[in-house]
Design a protein around this ligand. Structure first.
Ligand SMILES: CCCCC/C=C/C(=O)SCCNC(=O)CCNC(=O)[C@H](O)C(C)(C)COP(=O)(O)OP(=O)(O)OC[C@H]1O[C@@H](n2cnc3c(N)ncnc32)[C@H](O)[C@@H]1OP(=O)(O)O
Length: 291
């Protein structure tokens, strides 16, 4: 699925334009962008994101450093998007590892305080930033690996699922999953689709209906993460794994993308049809009650 968006971005200038319109340009441009300096190794830091880029390997490491739990606030999401845009523009950057600088937590998901009691304008901007993060990760031309070194509920799990590969710390105290149902929230359809593409229909159905959070061992079993390693090894394993991925010529990825993009389009059409059917059914019920 991620590959699909990537192919689409490569082949359809229209979508690229659409994405750049959706991109941070509005709220993000006003913020100071962390610079990537063209040298062998560089480091750029915004308040909430630190990016270390090693030019010799072409791999960047994005450290999320927004205490206490890397919750995805508008400010945080904006910084992530700016950093991603910068890396994407630097053609020498081919791989990205995302990890957390916070102990015990990868990301706590959407910032609940940024969703509650805010103006409609703020909520709209916030929601746009959430979608933008998803699009930018899923549509990235880089190989992306999530080094999940702590708990990763809800939006944190979504973030990790937008990556090509997930390595999680093998600590039973940590958990990962889309637990929105337990919070009384319905996970948006694109959260659901991202999970379907990761673990399949049945596992997603169970996970979402019950709002399940999985231990690392359970997550590995259903394919929500790809590999478990000792806590201290998460980042090094991620960079080693990246070497394997980058050894595959990018062109081969593209051929898979066409297939996945087709599936993605079918899925979208199905979702739209199902929404239309639900509206028609609701109207019919309403009409039949009138008579
Ligand atoms: C409108 C439609 C939206 C649909 C989609 C929604 C997606 C989402 O992502 S909703 C957010 C769901 N997130 C969660 O359910 C996570 C809740 N948090 C936790 O489970 C835990 O905090 C933890 C496992 C991530 C970390 O546990 P621990 O290390 O024990 O830390 P604390 O629980 O003590 O939390 C520390 C501190 O952080 C605040 N906090 C935690 N999560 C969030 C959050 N998502 N947003 C904002 N703030 C959060 C928590 O309140 C504590 O604050 P203080 O009490 O002020 O220290």
């Amino acid at each position: 699925m991620k590959m699909a968006l990537r192919a689409c971005l490569r082949t359809k200038p229209g979508l690229t334009a659409l994405l750049s319109q959706l991109s941070c340009s509005g709220h993000a441009a006003a913020r100071r962008a962390p610079a990537l300096v063209a040298q062998r190794s560089s480091s750029s830091t915004s308040q909430k994101i630190k990016v270390d880029f090693d030019q010799s390997s072409g791999v960047a490491v994005m450290h999320m450093q927004s205490p206490p739990v890397n919750s995805l606030s508008l400010e945080f999401l904006t910084d992530v998007c700016i950093a991603l845009e910068k890396l994407e523009m630097d053609k020498s950057c081919r791989g990205l590892v995302v990890t957390s600088s916070q102990p015990k937590v990868f990301s706590a998901g959407l910032d609940i305080l940024d969703m509650y009691g805010k103006s409609p304008e703020h909520c709209a901007e916030f929601w746009k930033a959430v979608q933008e993060m998803w699009l930018k990760f899923y549509g990235s031309n880089m190989i992306t690996i999530a080094a999940v070194n702590g708990s990763s509920p809800a939006g944190g799990c979504l973030l990790s699922m937008t990556c090509d590969y997930r390595i999680m710390a093998d600590n039973p105290r940590y958990s990962i999953g889309l637990n929105e149902t337990k919070l009384g929230i319905v996970a948006p359809f694109w959260f659901k689709d991202t999970m379907v593409n990761t673990v399949g229909h049945r596992a997603t159905e169970m996970a979402l209906q019950l709002g399940l959070l999985y231990s690392p061992a359970e997550a590995l079993k259903i394919g929500l993460v790809d590999q478990l390693v000792h806590e201290d090894q998460v980042l090094t394993t991620a960079t080693e794994t990246m070497t394997k991925w980058l050894a595959i010529p990018g062109i081969l990825n593209i051929s898979y993308t066409c297939h996945f993009f087709h599936l993605w389009c079918c899925n979208l059409v199905c979702t739209i049809c199902s929404c239309v059917c639900q509206v028609i059914a609701a109207k019919k019920i309403h009409l039949s009650q009138d008579f």
